[in-house]
Design a protein around this ligand. Structure first.
Ligand code: SF4
Length: 175
């Protein structure tokens, strides 16, 4: 399976000590246009924090789906689950990967899941849901994890090797 890891922004409101983006120059990455993305089976939208530029995500995904430029899976990597539910194109994405780096991320995740369950929301249904939890951060309460595949005790990796089959590229105009 050929996957595109797509950097859509360099913005982030966190400052993680092992952030991969500090280990290379993002501006030197190859760029890709939406009409070139059909060669990949999966697009992984990442940053920075993609949910700091929600309009950019909505425009990209709307364009890919509306003009039938891309039929594969679209996954968003973020720390901000709440904002995914607010996206106009939430129904067009196939998966969400949340990473909990610290207690702030953990409390936000639990708060969003608490409200999701309380209001009988449905926007997470039929999506692939993965939760990465860094070492030292406790797991969210069990009741919130029913639909999530959890990987815990995550640690920073030197030089941030890309998983096999993935290519790292960026949008041309980074915000
Ligand atoms: S949340 Fe992600 S992009 Fe932001 S500083 Fe941490 S590792 Fe880097």
């Amino acid at each position: 399976m050929k996957k595109l890891r797509l950097i859509v922004t360099t913005k982030c409101d966190k400052n993680c000590e092992g952030c991969c983006n500090n280990q290379f120059d993002i501006t030197n990455l190859p760029t890709i246009e939406p009409h070139e993305m059909s060669q990949y089976d999966k697009i992984i939208i990442t940053g920075g924090e993609p949910m700091l530029v929600p309009g950019r995500i909505e425009t990209l995904v709307y364009y890919l789906r509306k003009f039938e430029l891309y039929e594969g899976n679209i996954i968003i990597y973020t720390t901000d689950l709440y904002s995914i539910g607010e996206l106009d194109i939430c129904g067009d994405i196939n998966g969400i990967t949340i990473t909990l780096h610290d207690d702030d991320d953990l409390y936000e995740f639990e708060d969003t899941m608490r409200r999701y369950l309380e209001f009988n929301d449905t926007w997470l249904k039929n999506k692939s849901l993965r939760l990465n939890v860094f070492k030292g951060v406790r797991l969210p309460q069990k009741e919130y994890l029913k639909d999530w595949i959890v990987k815990d005790n995550i640690e920073w990796l030197d030089n941030c090797p890309l998983p096999e089959g993935e290519e790292l590229k960026r949008l041309k105009n980074l915000l």
